[in-house]
Design a protein around this ligand. Structure first.
Ligand code: EPZ
Length: 456
């Protein structure tokens, strides 16, 4: 057992920090087996949930990624004791001594993640106040927090915007509320859950997000003693309780990471067994993967993704909230679509600016045109605005090596696999961002036989 801070130092040395570069020699199929652990977009929230318990919690299968380190740092600043078993990924969180943290120390985490906004409800319950620094996360759109603030106001929080961040008070506690989200936002749904479980009385949330990571957070909260029902038509009802215990939970696998490796297998004409992946949470992805010409075999302990030979086929995709095709799946798949015979269309309806990564693919020889119009079967919120949110990908095009810079997490992974599929040598810089969400990606690339050199 070791503390997370020690782990972070070790991981920083091996995984790579922002600014690192990798030179790839492309053209080799990726083949072999890798494992995925808990979902980035669940474990970070589950760690925040531990703040609500009166006893310690145990979260299993926690990946060693930088987003986990950021949330650990913030929890430790608030008095939560954290220990991690590096082998198993078990994370022990003890919130017995939750305390106020200094604004300056919290602010040292400004810009590093979006999770701090989810500390609000639990801290207001535990301390009667909360301070949230400026948020970070991938720059893939405006990413406002208006839904979150409105939700918290509904529960009775008093919110003050300061130049350094946001300060909140709830001297008289928080009370359950009726909330209807303008859009089924994942984060705002989690905000409601993490606030309502200890609020006085009942909460009804309409137009909630129902992603599998949210369902797993609900599982965790129920283990802690919460009363939550998920009804038809995106309605979630919560009855507030006076106290919550700790939990012991094995985190849901990271389906975004699994989908990324699946696309890597397709674009490099490879064969990757993703240990830990499950069918149920990837149903929509698997359908599209198959339509694009990919093959898969579902086993009890994971899913084998491979290129079965023959031509890849074009597809038309619209990203959407669950159970639709996730926005986080499109970037690696777009790289594979550059190799499909025909014209594919991807209409991004969740984030208005999530095609920035395609510039580098075009530089590498891909034929991708971006459009402001909604090119799928439906109009989306971005249709009347000036955002390049639809892509037409014509293929197949040969990809050649280039010097490219990673713009964000998923776009970054797509750059890695484009470099691995390209003819010749590519240098990909700023790869440290990728360790925000992909555990040990460098070691995994090695395991799969990729030909590359990491530069400092
Ligand atoms: C989560 O972001 C994930 N991040 C994202 O993963 C994921 O792409 C997204 O959900 C959708 O599934 C984490 O879980 C940490 P949203 P979140 O609130 O919660 C708008 C990755 O690469 N909106 O569902 O921030 C927003 O701008 C990342 O792993 C408001 O307008 O996403 C977006 O257009 C990237 N006001 C839409 O809603 C608000 O207050 C959906 O965002 C909140 C959101």
């Amino acid at each position: 057992m070791s503390t997370l801070t020690q782990d972070a130092a070790r991981a920083g040395a091996s995984v790579g920090l922002d600014g690192d570069r990798i030179t790839f020699r492309g053209g080799r199929p990726l083949k072999g087996r890798i494992e995925v652990r808990g979902a980035k977009n669940l474990v970070t929230k589950a760690m925040v949930a531990a703040l609500l318990g009166e006893e310690p919690s145990l979260l299993r299968q926690v990946p060693d990624i930088s987003d986990v380190r950021v949330v650990s740092g913030l929890l430790e600043l608030h008095g939560v004791k954290i220990e991690r078993d590096t082998e198993t990924g078990d994370l022990h969180l003890d919130p017995s001594n939750v305390e106020r943290a200094h604004m300056a120390e919290i602010n040292a985490h400004a810009g590093s993640s979006r999770i701090p906004i989810l500390f609000c409800g639990p801290l207001l319950h535990r301390l009667g106040e909360a301070f949230i620094p400026d948020l970070g996360g991938c720059r893939i759109g405006d990413r406002p927090i208006d839904f979150h603030l409105e939700v918290l106001r509904n529960f009775g929080a008093d919110i003050q915007k300061l130049s350094e961040g946001i300060r909140m008070h709830a001297p008289n506690g928080l009370t359950g509320a009726k909330v209807e989200l303008p859009y089924p936002s994942v984060g705002a749904t989690e905000q409601v859950l993490l606030t309502a479980v200890r609020a006085k009385g009942r909460t009804e949330l309409r137009n909630a997000a129902i992603e599998p990571e949210i369902m797993d957070l609900i599982n965790i909260l129920q283990k802690m003693g919460a009363i939550i029902s998920v009804d038809a038509d995106r309605v979630i009802r919560i009855e507030g309780v006076d106290r919550l215990t700790g939990y012991s939970h094995r985190a849901l696998f990271d389906r975004n990471e699994a989908a990324s490796w699946a696309s890597a297998a397709l674009v490099t004409k490879g064969d990757i067994f993703v240990g830990g992946a499950r069918q149920g949470e990837m149903l929509t992805f698997l359908n599209v993967f198959r339509k694009a010409g990919g093959a898969f075999e579902i086993e009890d302990d994971g899913i084998r993704f491979f290129h079965p030979g023959g031509e890849l086929k074009p597809v038309v995709i619209e990203t959407d909230v669950h159970p639709g095709f996730m926005t986080d799946w499109q970037q690696p798949l777009v790289v594979a679509l550059t190799q499909a015979h025909g014209t594919s269309i991807v209409h991004e309806t969740v984030y208005e600016q999530r095609f920035g990564f395609t510039d580098a693919l075009v530089e590498m020889g891909a034929d991708i045109e971006l459009h402001r119009e909604c090119l799928g079967g439906q109009y989306c919120r971005f249709g009347q605005q000036n955002f390049l949110h639809s892509a037409i990908i014509s293929g197949p095009t040969k990809l050649h090596g280039a010097n490219i810079e990673v713009p964000d997490l998923r776009g970054g992974f797509s750059h890695l696999i484009a470099a691995l599929a390209a003819e010749g040598t590519s240098t990909v810089s700023n790869v440290g961002i990728i360790s925000r969400g992909y555990e040990n990606f460098i070691q995994k690339l090695e395991q799969l036989g990729a030909d590359f050199t990491v530069e400092g």
